[in-house]
Design a protein around this ligand. Structure first.
Ligand code: C2G
Length: 130
C-alpha cells in the first residue's frame, strides 16, 4: 500500500513527525510532497524559515519516509497521485474535505492534528521572547 502526503514541514516539529508516522503506518511506503519555496510564497505570502533543500534533507533522514519530491503547484495534485501510484492520500484534519474530489483516484484520509503546536505559533513564541 503506497501512501502519499503533502506539506511544507517548515521549522520541523513533533506534529510533523506524528502525522508522518501515522501516515506510514497506514501502508508500507510513504511518499512526501514538499511545497517548494515558490509555492509556499504563493500560499502563505512569505518564504519558509528553512530552505527547500533543508526541508527535503530533514524529511529524507526520517525512518518513516521512503521518498520525497517537490510539490510545485497545488493544481498538480491529481497528477502527483497518479505519477506516484498512490493508494491513499493522508492529510491533517485542518484540510478536512479539501481533497475529497480526488477520491476517484485513491483513498483520501484526514488524521487529527497534534494539538498545541504549529510552525506559525513557534515562530511567534520565539519572536516574542524577551
Ligand atoms: N500537522 C499536524 N499537526 C500539527 C501541525 C501540522 O498533524 N500540529 C500536519 C498538517 O495537518 C499537514 C502536515 O502536518 O498534514 C504538514 O503541515 P504543514 O507543513 O503546515 O503543511 P501545509 O503548509 O498545510 O501544506 O497541498 C497541501 C499543502 O502542501 C499542505
Amino acid at each position: 500500500m503506497r501512501i502519499i502526503t503533502f506539506g511544507t514541514y517548515d521549522v520541523f516539529h513533533v506534529g510533523h513527525v506524528n502525522i508522518l508516522e501515522r501516515a506510514r503506518a497506514k501502508g508500507d511506503y510513504l511518499i512526501v510532497g514538499v511545497s517548494s519555496d515558490a509555492l509556499n510564497m504563493s500560499k502563505k505570502g512569505r518564504n519558509p524559515i528553512y530552505s527547500q533543500d533543508d526541508r527535503i534533507h530533514i524529511l529524507k533522514s526520517l525512518r518513516c519516509v521512503d521518498e520525497v519530491f517537490v510539490e510545485e503547484s497545488l493544481e498538480l495534485k491529481e497528477q502527483y497521485l497518479i505519477d506516484h501510484k498512490a493508494d491513499m492520500l493522508v492529510m491533517g484534519d485542518d484540510w478536512e474535505g479539501k481533497f475529497d474530489h480526488l477520491k476517484h483516484i485513491c483513498d483520501v484520509v484526514y488524521l487529527p492534528r497534534t494539538p498545541s503546536i504549529s510552525t506559525t505559533e513557534t515562530i511567534e513564541i520565539v519572536k516574542n521572547l524577551p
